[in-house]
Design a protein around this ligand. Sequence first.
Ligand code: NAP
Length: 361
Amino acid sequence: MTPTDADFMARALFHAARGRGRTSPNPMVGAVVVSADGLVVGQGYHARAGDAHAEVHALDMAGDRARGGTLYCTLEPCCHTGRTGPCVPRILEAGIRRVVAAVEDPNPLVRGRGFAFLRSRSIDIRVGVGEDAARRLNQPFFTTMTAGRPFVTLKAAISADNCLAAAVGECTALTSGVANRHAHRVRAEVDALAVGVNTVLVDDPQLTPRGVYRERPLARVVFDRSLRTPPDARLLSTRNAGPVMILTTEQGAARADARASLEARGAEVVITDGSVRGGIAALGARGLTSVLIEGGAAIHRAAWDEQVVDFVRLYVTPHVLGPAGVPFIDGRRLSTAMLASTRVEPLGPDVLVEGYVHGPH
Ligand SMILES: NC(=O)c1ccc[n+]([C@@H]2O[C@H](COP(=O)([O-])OP(=O)(O)OC[C@H]3O[C@@H](n4cnc5c(N)ncnc54)[C@H](OP(=O)(O)O)[C@@H]3O)[C@@H](O)[C@H]2O)c1
């Protein structure tokens, strides 16, 4: 059977995903070159911000065999000079006759201009093949470009009776090793992890991805309006994993001694309006495109009530914590039945349930 545009695009998407966790603030992009006689002669992906684009890798591999062929790319080829040169002149030089792209680049510097340039040079363009998958792959990039803020995931491990911990002030291990490994893999893919100050006080987490490869530093963030984060928190002894930002208010920052001790430990104290939304905006202003909010209960609730959550990821465990348990967001306000494009995966004795709050962007 002759492969279709969708088949070649699936291959380009596969290559794009090889950059997972490494390309931010750029998107993951994959490209495939198919010769005039229908053979795959080049393929490539964008490996990290500042490196060559996927199209360039694929065209380099194809060389002369690209002449008269088709280029498949998971995102509109760029027409502007960023850290690397524009891709569209390379496509023309290579003699490509047809370009099939999954989706228009939402970057205001591109947004249709790459296609317009190629059309004006008589290149045949088809857009929209594999669009859904291409958007999902790069949710943080699409959210940052279209909404001007990071993509926010709310993550929690909950008991069968919808609790986060056995009692107030208690650290409760709920998830199995299989679910923990999954959670660490997800940590390796985002730009920032965030928790509330009580979680720091109760659990003293390191907030590092463990047992997984992560190339870039990971920003660790504490929502802490009164600057209660202890300077000896373990989080501050893992600074080689990435920067630590304490999001506080004017009043919190006025506690000069607390601020000085945290800064002496290498934390950045960031002044916001004290809301989760304000904190997320501050992270966006620092170039972060995705934030994983890990808890605890108060921060989950605030993030949900302030409507800043794009995606919910729950590890549902078989434990029952009883009436003293710290409740997760009330099921009438947040139930997995409300989510879109929901995905369910068994992870040992636990079940991962995840989905979009408003659907993929
Ligand atoms: N199962 C899980 O997935 C999971 C994950 C994490 C934590 N936990 C558990 O959850 C418990 C801690 O939860 P928690 O509810 O006590 O604390 P939390 O959510 O970790 O932290 C709450 C604190 O964050 C500060 N904060 C800053 N900005 C805020 C805002 N906009 N809205 C609300 N609070 C804000 C507040 O202190 P200030 O007013 O002083 O700023 C508030 O008291 C622990 O038992 C921990 O083990 C479970």
